[in-house]
Design a protein around this ligand. Structure first.
Ligand SMILES: [Zn+2]
Length: 150
């Protein structure tokens, strides 16, 4: 689009009244006249409140973001009932496979510190992680009702 005042190729033109004539001008020249078209950009001036109309409040940030973060830390206790020595079972099985806590962590998509916390019993793994550990180490962490072979 060409600005009708300076002839420059501009991205967009606005209808501007300059000395009684309406011209299509680029943003640089538009300020020399009086805009005819409504400004396309949203105005920052709030429209006058109509009687009975409720003021539109800006959306307030909610706590959802924080809650998601908390869910990442495995603070919740899983539904599965784990064997009393589940932490020990993890460590023994891992050592049996010759894996370092780091290796197990990588396979579980967890940090080494998470593995160490689980093995020390300081972190109760959520159900999904229990299943992953059981699958990877080929062990059972859950309390088994029918005679455990140990
Ligand atoms: Zn121009």
């Amino acid at each position: 689009m060409l600005c009708e005042m300076c002839g420059k190729d501009v991205e967009m033109t606005s209808r501007v009244r300059v000395e009684g004539t309406i011209l299509r001008l680029g943003p640089e020249c538009a300020r020399f006249g009086e805009l005819v078209d409504p400004v396309p950009a949203p105005t920052h001036v709030a429209p006058p409140a109509r009687p009975g109309a409720r003021p539109i409040a800006p959306p307030r940030p909610t706590g959802t973001g924080r809650r998601l973060e908390e869910r990442d830390l495995y603070t919740d206790i899983g539904e599965l009932e784990l064997a009393p020595d589940w932490a020990k079972r993890v460590r023994i099985a891992r050592e049996h496979l010759g894996w370092t806590p780091e290796v197990l962590g990588k396979k579980l998509n967890e940090k080494k510190s998470v593995v160490l916390k689980i093995e020390s019993g300081g972190l109760h793994p959520p159900d999904a992680l229990v299943r992953k550990i059981e699958h990877l180490l080929k062990i059972r962490l859950r309390a088994e009702p029918e005679g455990a072979s140990s």
